[in-house]
Design a protein around this ligand. Sequence first.
Ligand code: SF4
Length: 335
Amino acid sequence: MLNVERLLKIDISQKNGRAFRRFLLRWYRQHGRDLPWRQTRDPYAILVSEFMLQQTQVATVLPYYKKWRQRFPNFAALARASETEVLHAWQGLGYYARARNLHATAKRVVDRHLGRFPNSIEQMEQLPGVGKYTAHAVATFAFDQSVPIVEANTSRVLSRLFDLRIPVDSTAGRNALWDYAASRAPKKSPAAYNSALLDLGALVCLPRKPKCGICPVKKFCCATNPESLPIKRPRPETKQLVERHSFIASRDKLLLVQSANRWRGMWILPPTRSTSTRPIHSSHFPFTNHRVTLQIFRQRRSKIDQDCERWFSIQALESIPIPSPHRRAILDLLP
Ligand code: SF4
């Protein structure tokens, strides 16, 4: 049973909090990760990294982040770009709503904030795709504000430090985590402290096998069975979905359609209802709580819908945004 008062009493005495931070920061100075977005205080660079890191691993983000910064070095450059360019640069990272929101945020910053990212959390949260965590992350990493951050890594660490025995994805759990995190946020060097907490989760307080034996804050940890934490609500069952598309090639051209749904703005193989022949390609990909089977059928077409369909030369495919499952299928099928 959660006893927040008891835990807060144990933990947030000023002396305890100071010692906790000292141990954590000493460890961070020796073992913290050297990430490119930590070498800057530019809110644009930090915002880009935070958008990319939502639901994506650091190792996957690194090459994308580097290329993105070269292609769109600031809010003005991103605001000027077309949606096609933005989706093309994001291609492969998935969850394309993040790219569209980042693009919309850049336009808003240029139009309404004269190109300067606001430093108030309240104003940040008005921007497309900027939620509580992202606003707090930019506030601390770009503006060194003494605010807490709670995301996957820090929520795991905090739930164990405080032995939080309610689901962290429930309203009560989320509120408790933000309260815990706020109780520890220091006035001095908040950016380093928050980075240290993130790295503790990424490197030591691991999801399956936490390395408690080498943990720098072990003596402050209340977890009796850390591997059982954090508690999460049961996931919705994975549903199976079959999606059928056609491969329509003519000479050195391929017919694609601009998606208006999941991959809005990107080019995909045209959907089909046909199942009269055997698929020439079949693969699987995950999408939220679905496991999608992608089946491709070879077809011919004399007429095309001029509004959303277009023939592309094979050479042009490299330069247009195509979601990864369809790009993989095309590469598989091209001679
Ligand atoms: Fe995590 Fe173990 Fe450290 Fe507690 S002692 S914070 S469970 S690594």
